[in-house]
Design a protein around this ligand. Sequence first.
Ligand SMILES: [Zn+2]
Length: 249
Amino acid sequence: MQAKFTGKAIRFALRVIPSFRVFNSRPLPEGKIKDGACFSQDSRGNWFLNIVIEVAKSPVRPLDLGIGIDLGLKGLAVLSDTNRILAPGFHSKAEAALAVAQRAHKRRRIKAVHAYTARRRLDFLHNESLKIARAFDWIAVGNVNAAGLAQTSLAKSVLDAGWSSFLRMLAYKAVRHGARYVEVNERFTTQTCSDCGALPDSRPRGIAGLGIREWICSDCGAAHDRDLNAAKNILRRGRATLVAGIPVL
Ligand SMILES: [Zn+2]
């Protein structure tokens, strides 16, 4: 469907559809509006206009500054530069509101809470992924199987954290900002010492190792935060993959 903005309204190139007044939920990027606009409705009954905009691609940046990202269940992610992205936890907050609405059998209220939570979460993920795509020339993430995990007992946390959406956003925002996005093999990224590269005896492993948050490498003596160490290993593997073109196991 062809669409054109005329001030605050949008007009379609079909005579059967009138002009619509629209609110911009987020500022639109510069670019040509392409065919393929459509309407959608959320669970609350709000209507949205989805438009496709052709944006100029940024030139690919040199591979100077990279970041490794370890996705977590406690927070959304730990970055190799020691920053952490905390989980938004909108869902847990909304759960209380949801329980109240459900007890009172308020169906519209229930729908409203769901719609609000979903939008807040998407906004959060958009913001966080955009910050990373702007700040770094290349982005390395572990190849977590989010869809697989979603079927396990960790399901709720995984869906809550929105891993899949976050990775998808990172990938396309990286391209848009001239950065590179690479997924690396995640195997042993938790157990390898990011300082000396060894798999020391003291590493967190097996079921018993799951609860270990901090450990010291028995080979070189480096003290590690579990997730930060993993993020640093992911960074190293990403660099090797991008620079040498060889995936590192
Ligand atoms: Zn070590």
